[in-house]
Design a protein around this ligand. Structure first.
Ligand SMILES: [Cu+2]
Length: 272
């Protein structure tokens, strides 16, 4: 996960100590080592431990994850990194092929939502390390019984989804654009319409976002990629907005939100 603005923290990473559900197969030594590395990386992110985080990556993996070389990452201000509690709640398949491996993992982030990632690892000097950014590959983990995801299409530069008729608990993002996108979900208060909200967000800084706007959750997807976002609880009635804060790679200095990548929706009070 990158050490960027708060608004983007959602995409970040993971953490934790307890691995809840291993696969049914008996874990091999390799699998245990891989899970241990991932746990340590997640833990390091949770507490903002930059050296420990970097130790879990190859040079190429760290560069992909952080967009900076190891030497520069190690000089980063610890206050700017991590600090968002992340817990690994489930492992999917872990597949070892020689000195390479993939590990499917589900991470609960900030006690609010869940993302799934397929991690890519490389064994160097007898140690497994992440060889790609945590968010570089997703994992569409199984949803709880009775949870139907809302399909959200991400394009350059807009969100598209059908009318929301029931309180959603999960979103399946599909990036059909040419650029990487994120879906950062906010709950709005009644005082702001969408245009005012965009102005507020663009002019604010800090992990909490602007007053009157509550950060809920986030996920990101590369072009052609799917990403699943599961909330721990269905959304309460109210007004919500998805926004994307990624840089426009064809227009440096401007972000997708400025190009119109924002969409609001309403969750109605249940009539039952
Ligand atoms: Cu975007």
């Amino acid at each position: 996960m990158r050490g960027r603005t708060i608004l983007s923290i959602g995409i970040g990473l993971l953490v934790s100590v307890a691995m809840a559900g291993c696969t049914s197969e008996a874990p091999t030594v390799e699998t245990e080592q891989i899970h241990g590395v991932v746990e340590s990386v997640a833990q390091a992110f949770s507490i903002g431990d930059i050296p420990a985080y970097a130790a879990g990556f190859t040079d190429a993996g760290l560069l992909d994850d952080q967009d900076v070389a190891r030497a520069d990452f190690l000089k980063m201000d610890p206050a700017e990194f991590g600090g968002l509690p992340v817990k690994i709640t489930e492992w999917g398949d872990t597949v070892v092929d020689g000195d390479k491996a993939t590990a499917e993992v589900v991470m609960e982030i900030g006690d609010t939502w869940v993302n799934g990632y397929t991690l890519h690892l490389l064994k160097q000097d007898e140690l497994w390390r992440l060889d790609a950014g945590v968010e570089s590959d997703t994992y569409s983990f199984p949803l709880p019984d009775g949870v139907t995801p809302v399909d959200v299409e991400l394009i350059d530069f807009a969100f598209a989804f059908d009318d929301i008729t029931e309180a959603p608990q999960a979103f399946d993002l599909r990036n059909n654009g040419e650029q990487e996108h994120e879906a950062v979900l906010f709950r709005l208060d009644e005082a702001h319409n969408a245009a005012e909200l965009v102005d507020l967000v663009l002019s604010s800084e800090g992990p909490e976002g602007p007053e009157g706007v509550e950060f809920i959750a986030a996920a990101s997807a590369l072009p052609g990629q799917d990403a699943r976002l599961l909330l721990k609880q269905p959304l309460l009635p109210g007004e919500y907005a998805f926004m994307c804060f990624f840089d426009d790679t064809t227009d440096p200095g401007h972000i997708h939100l400025e190009k119109g990548m924002v969409k609001t929706f309403t969750v109605e009070e249940s009539t039952s």
